[in-house]
Design a binder for this molecule. Structure first.
Ligand code: MF3
Ligand code: CO
Ligand code: CO
Length: 262
């Protein structure tokens, strides 16, 4: 399947889905505190998405090939968890860093975005990792423009974080998105300039680098979903859904509380 070019009507629906996604991330921030369980965060987001936004939490029962259906409505990945952390009964504690990843379906179209949250005061190292990951995502976003290449995005991210001693996770990547959660193309967070797919206006995909403080190797937990760093080093991730335009890009996952570009 080739990479789809979204119509103006589809793009308008994706702006709505993207805004709702980002509003969930805004809403949950004040609840991310020591003592709260990730199940409680999941419940709060689920209720907002279903009862207020009249939308669908895409992760719930999501079952791509070979996976057991995902059991919750959001992903919560804590400290050395890289991605797809499954909410549970464990309480957050002071100093934890947590990625919350939200995907909402509205009127048949998806928005997908994640941010890092600090529980109380993070360590200097944890804060630096999160801030660097945010900058890395933006270095990638700033490469997006019709005529640019996917490899430009990957290179911008990799060449920024590796000299700082961090590593880029290889097994998971950004992705095309639209009527389906995960579409073509795959958006790698590493690579070489002027390689890979040439971008065209109307393409929509996510950029969502997973950056480890230590080595890049991962381990899959027995729950079938949660992915952690093999060396147990901290990991961070930010994600936006991006529309390619002739002059650059439009971030679709925006709301009142979206952090400004660095
Ligand atoms: N939101 C994730 C992404 O950015 C995918 C989560 S799949 C789930 O692609 F099933 F774990 F929710
Ligand atoms: Co995504
Ligand atoms: Co996501």
């Amino acid at each position: 399947m080739p990479v789809s070019i979204k119509t103006p009507q589809e793009i308008e629906k994706m702006r709505v889905a993207g805004r709702l996604t980002s509003e969930v991330l805004d809403y949950i921030g004040p609840f991310v505190k020591a003592g709260v369980t990730t199940n409680e965060l999941d419940r709060l987001c689920h209720e907002l998405i279903v009862n207020v936004q009249h939308a669908i939490p895409a992760p719930l029962n999501y079952a791509p090939g070979g996976h057991t259906p995902y059991p919750k409505s959001i992903c919560t990945s804590i400290n050395h968890q890289i991605c797809h952390g499954v909410p549970g009964e464990k309480a957050l504690k002071n100093g934890d860093i947590v990625n919350i990843d939200i995907t909402v379906i509205k009127d048949g179209y998806h928005g997908d975005s994640s941010r890092m949250y600090y529980v109380g005061e993070p360590s200097i190292q944890a804060r630096r990792l999160c801030e660097t990951t945010y900058q890395a995502m933006w270095r990638g976003i700033n490469k997006v423009k019709a005529g640019a290449y996917l490899g430009d995005i990957g290179y911008a991210i990799q060449s920024f974080v590796e000299p700082l001693g961090y590593s880029v996770v290889r097994e998971f990547c950004g992705h095309g998105i639209g009527a389906k959660f995960h579409e073509e193309p795959q958006v790698l967070h590493y690579g070489r300039p002027k390689t890979g797919l040439k971008l065209e206006a109307g393409m929509v995909f996510t950029i969502e680098p997973m950056i480890n403080a230590g080595k890049k190797e991962i381990k899959q937990l027995n729950d079938g979903w949660t992915v952690v760093t093999r060396d147990h080093s901290l990991s961070a991730q930010y994600e936006h859904t991006i529309l390619v335009t002739d002059t650059g890009f439009e971030v679709l996952t925006v709301s009142a509380g979206t952090p400004p570009p660095p």
